[in-house]
Write a protein that binds this ligand. Structure first.
Ligand SMILES: Cc1cc2nc3c(=O)[nH]c(=O)nc-3n(C[C@H](O)[C@H](O)[C@H](O)COP(=O)(O)OP(=O)(O)OC[C@H]3O[C@@H](n4cnc5c(N)ncnc54)[C@H](O)[C@@H]3O)c2cc1C
Length: 446
């Protein structure tokens, strides 16, 4: 019998467990896979270890910044020197700084759109967005509907769509306006989510972001049980019994640190309140294929290109320089998202590489053809994530079922980045939610 059983060994679950152990509590973490880290993960390609999942942190993400120091995991700035590439439906231009190469009237519309989104987002409280004055009206609309009605330029709509796709892994049609604004507000506004310097893509971990989860798990030692997928969570005899193929784990309380669409696959007894179950049925994951293209050298830098590319159409939405900190492994990293990710996921690895190569050649020239290695991970096909980077809410979900997001159900508590109050969807949000869940449970333990 433990005091707390944590289901899920991603950053949220590991954080919750570490915080409780630090306070002298007896905890076990049950992780389905044979590794910790969940949506952070590393794989090898052409002699390099690359982050196939979450990788960047920014200065506004104080918990991740503090963890990097505490765990002695150095970070380094994302490379962003040089001109950026904008591919507007096949027309390629380059620009310096953060103002895209658009005609002045379109730039004005873009600025106004960013300002409007940010000021609407600022009106939404992080903890109870369903209580904000416009909650019902904004939740009735999709983000796409709002964009169609409010952005009087097709090109600017296309640029915004590319940004939204990458942020959510979803098409604007798939997202409630209320949820999208809430999410954007939590991350400090649209530029804070989309940009590199001073923003969400500011820095990378020298040894990869997956090293954070590994270091946290090391602190927990044998308390972390790998390859133990949880099938049932049963509340009985004044505690919980959590059932895996390896056996039962009993505890006073359970923290479920898996995303809602994975939690709904577990059997809960007694049955969860209807609104909690309904919420979990209605929070689909985004679709993202993340790829790495390895080269013998970062040839784009020779042409004063930063490696950043935004595409409004086609299979790839955004590309960044992802060369290793020591410069030994030159790489471009990119994302196929939303509808394009679903199409990319159905292709063979060779066809995926060919589709990506065509885009990179358009942006960076013929040398992009000479890849030394290529690796693509389709997160929708990952059985323990079924998509990424985060779960969204379609229209009509947040204002009706949102209040069930963090509300405990008896002895069952919820965490995971989707429940965060700051930087939801990000590693920072995962850590914040783990801290909150640990505090919630700690306060209730005898
Ligand atoms: C391609 C990609 C790029 C991203 N880029 C960034 C980025 O640059 N910066 C950033 O901050 N964030 C990024 N993210 C998001 C970030 O990785 C996540 O927000 C964060 O890792 C989520 O952590 P979590 O603990 O909430 O959930 P998860 O990492 O999903 O952890 C849940 C864990 O529960 C386990 N599990 C599921 N079901 C069960 C079960 N039945 N029994 C037991 N265990 C179970 C899973 O195996 C998993 O380990 C990215 C994500 C992806 C995939």
């Amino acid at each position: 019998m433990h005091e707390v059983v944590v289901v899920g060994g991603g950053l949220a679950g590991l954080t919750a467990a570490c915080r409780l152990v630090q306070r002298g509590r007896d905890v076990v973490v049950l992780e389905a896979q044979d590794r910790v880290g969940g949506r952070t993960s590393a794989e090898a390609v052409h002699g390099a270890s690359v982050d196939v999942g979450g990788q960047w942190i920014g200065p506004g993400q104080r918990r991740m910044v503090a963890l990097a120091v505490e765990l002695d995991l150095p970070t380094f700035p994302t490379f962003d020197t040089g001109r950026k590439v904008l591919d507007l439906a096949g027309t390629v231009t380059t620009y310096a700084g953060s103002i895209p190469s658009l005609p002045p009237h379109q730039l004005a519309v873009l600025q106004a759109t960013i300002w409007r989104i940010d000021s609407m987002a600022a009106k939404i409280p992080a903890a109870n967005p369903w209580d904000s004055p416009h909650a019902r009206a904004w939740d009735r609309r999709t983000l796409a509907g709002w964009m169609a009605a409010s952005i009087p330029s097709r090109t600017v709509r296309d640029v915004m769509r590319a940004a939204i796709r990458v942020i959510f892994g979803a098409e604007p049609e798939e997202l409630s306006l209320l949820h999208a604004l809430w999410y954007i507000g939590q991350g400090g506004g649209i530029l804070s989510l989309a940009e590199i310097r001073g923003a969400a893509q500011d820095s990378r971990f020298v040894d990869g972001a997956h090293a954070v989860a590994i270091a946290l798990a090391r602190r927990l030692g044998e308390r972390v049980r790998l390859a133990e997928p949880v099938g049932e969570v049963i509340e009985e005899d004044g505690g919980v019994r959590v059932v895996t193929a390896q056996g039962d784990h009993r505890a006073a309380r359970a923290i479920i640190a898996v995303p809602p669409h994975m939690a709904v696959r577990m059997h809960f007894s007694p049955a969860l309140p209807p609104e909690r179950d309904a919420l979990m049925q209605r929070m689909p994951m985004g679709a993202t294929v993340k790829f790495h293209a390895l080269y013998d050298r970062p040839f784009w830098r020779d042409a004063d290109l930063s490696g950043e590319m935004v595409c409004t159409h086609g299979p790839v939405s955004v590309v960044f320089d992802n060369t290793s900190a020591d410069g030994a492994h030159a790489a471009l990293v990119g994302f196929c998202v939303g509808a394009a990710a679903r199409r990319m996921g159905s292709l063979s690895p060779d066809d995926q590489q060919a589709a990506v190569t065509e885009v990179l050649v358009r942006g960076f020239g013929p040398r992009a053809q000479a890849m030394a290695g290529f690796l693509a991970k389709d997160w929708a096909a990952d059985p323990w994530a079924r998509g990424c980077p985060t779960a969204g809410m379609p229209a009509g979900v947040m204002s009706i079922y949102g209040p069930a997001l963090r509300r405990p159900c008896g002895r069952v508590h919820w965490c995971g980045t989707e429940t965060a109050l700051e930087w939801t969807g990000y590693m920072e949000g995962a850590v914040e939610s783990g801290e909150r869940a640990a505090d919630e449970v700690f306060a209730l333990l005898a």
